[in-house]
Structures are given as C-alpha cells and as structure tokens.
Design a protein around this ligand. Structure first.
Ligand SMILES: Nc1ncnc2c1ncn2[C@@H]1O[C@H](COP(=O)(O)OP(=O)(O)OP(=O)(O)O)[C@@H](O)[C@H]1O
Ligand SMILES: [Mg+2]
Length: 248
C-alpha cells in the first residue's frame, strides 16, 4: 500500500459478555480512501467500528496517524452513521430541528439562528436533498433519512467517517446513488472512509481496500480485485459463496 494508513490497528482484542468478539485484528485504514469492511452477520463489523470510535475497551493498539493527539478519537474528527438509529424516527420534529439538535451547542429552546439554518441547508445541499429542511422526520423515506444521517456526520468536517451499513434496507436504485454520493464526498474532501456493507457489487465499485472479517478475525484484506474472488469469498463467507456478479 503506497499511502500511509490514517489508522493502523494491531493485534486488537475486544471482549463483550465475557466472550472475545474481535480476536487479534490487524488492519490498516488508508488515509483519504474508502475501506470496506465485509463479513457475515455477527462477525464483529459493528464492534470494530465502535471500538475505533472509542466506545469499547480493547487490548492491542489503534494508532491514529494524523499529526495531532488522537489517543482518544475526538468527535470533531470522526463522523459516524450507526447501523441502527438510537432516536425514534417518528419524532414529531422537522429535519431542521433534528439536525440542530446535534449541531447546536446551546439548548434548542433558545431557537435556531440564521447561521445555524444556513449550515444545515449547506449540509442538505451537499447530500443532495436541498428541499427537506422543513419536512417532518417521520415523513422521510428510508433513503432520505440515510442522507440526513450522513449530513449530520459531516459537520464539523470529519477526517474519518465511519458508516455502518448506511444503505441497508434501501432499494437498489437509491442505494446506488447513495454510494455514488459517498464516493463523491470522498473525492471532494479527501475524507477517510470505513464502510460496512453487505453489497459486494457496491463495495467493488467504491472501495480501494477491503477487509474481510470472519468470527472476529481478518481472513483477508486488499484491493477489491484481489479480495473479491471466489476463493477468498469462500474463506470469508463459507464454501458456497461465489463472487459471481462482483467481477470487474
Ligand atoms: N453486549 C454483548 N454481549 C455479548 N455479545 C455481544 C454483545 N454485543 C455484541 N455481541 C456479539 O458480538 C458479535 C459481533 O457483533 P457485531 O454487532 O459486531 O456483528 P456484525 O458483524 O456487525 O453483524 P451484523 O452484520 O448482523 O450487523 C455477535 O455475535 C454479537 O452477538
Ligand atoms: Mg453490524
């Protein structure tokens, strides 16, 4: 790999409920590129993302090499779109209110100023949904909600963006434009991306590096053309898995 990694993970062990969930993970997250993390349900993908985020204690090293103190990942530099929403998307509030909740540093009852509204509008423009400012959150489609969540992870401008199955449950056409948006954001801002996905076709299109996790261990990693082959897919997903349809 020619570009030095933004994050170097070495011999990472994470235990939850008395069980080893990640078992000696070694992986590099390349600076400014899109790295995809693939593997079966329960293989430890979300756990790896949340450990990088600083949510779980671990053994081993997660080395952030970005020239400033990253002994604990700081929210200012790390954007995160979780696999599951911890807020109720039926909340009777608008997109503007929801985004203001995460962006505003003071209490919301003091009002949303013109400057904050302009910031929110700029973020909505950036993720391709400029008209959603005053739409109630419970009126959003699945694809629109994912874009809003992505927009919320873009302010302040992150150096690292962690996306946990950001397009799950979205129809294939919307999914494609969502991945195109992610690739565009990466090209425009050079943000480093670590993306969990089950969609190997999309992974082969947007990712430069693929990490394959199986039972908490990295089975293989490398460029999609090298990793998304029949042989390594069988190792990651089991004997019956073939990379049919994911060829370049
Ligand atoms: N609090 C916990 N206590 C014990 N085991 C846990 C806990 N949280 C997660 N696990 C286990 O850790 C393993 C990895 O979970 P994780 O959510 O990281 O998987 P994943 O690869 O993201 O799966 P999916 O594709 O379904 O999202 C699973 O077997 C899960 O049951
Ligand atoms: Mg998960």
């Amino acid at each position: 790999m020619s570009t030095p990694p933004l994050i170097a993970i070495h011999d990472l062990w994470v235990y939850r409920g008395g069980r080893a969930i990640l078992c000696g993970v070694n992986a590099d997250i390349t600076r400014g590129k899109i790295t995809a993390l693939i593997g079966l349900n329960g293989s430890g993908k979300s756990t790896l993302l949340r450990t990088v985020l600083g949510e779980f204690p671990y053994r081993g090293t997660i080395d952030f090499r970005c020239g400033h103190d990253h002994s604990r990942p700081r929210p200012d530099y790390v954007g995160y779109v979780p696999q599951r929403l911890t807020i109720d998307s039926r909340l009777p509030i608008t997109v503007r209110d929801l985004m203001a909740l995460t962006l505003k540093r003071g209490p919301l009852f003091l009002g949303i100023g013109r400057q904050l509204t302009a910031t929110i509008q700029r973020l909505l423009d950036r993720v391709g949904v400029p008209d959603l400012l005053d739409v109630p959150v419970d009126g959003l489609s699945g694809g629109q909600l994912q874009r809003i969540l992505l927009a919320m992870a873009l302010e302040p401008q992150p150096e690292l963006l962690l996306l946990d199955e950001p397009a799950a449950g979205i129809d294939f056409k919307t999914q494609q434009s969502f991945y195109e948006l992610i690739a565009e954001l990466n090209r425009q801002s050079g943000v480093t991306l670590l993306l969990v996905s089950h969609d190997l076709t999309m992974v082969s299109r947007v990712a430069e590096h693929v990490l394959c996790l199986r039972d908490g261990r990295i089975q293989c990693q490398g460029h999609p053309t090298v990793v998304l082959t029949d042989e390594s897919m069988s190792t990651t997903f089991g004997a019956d898995m073939r990379a049919i349809g994911h060829r370049h």
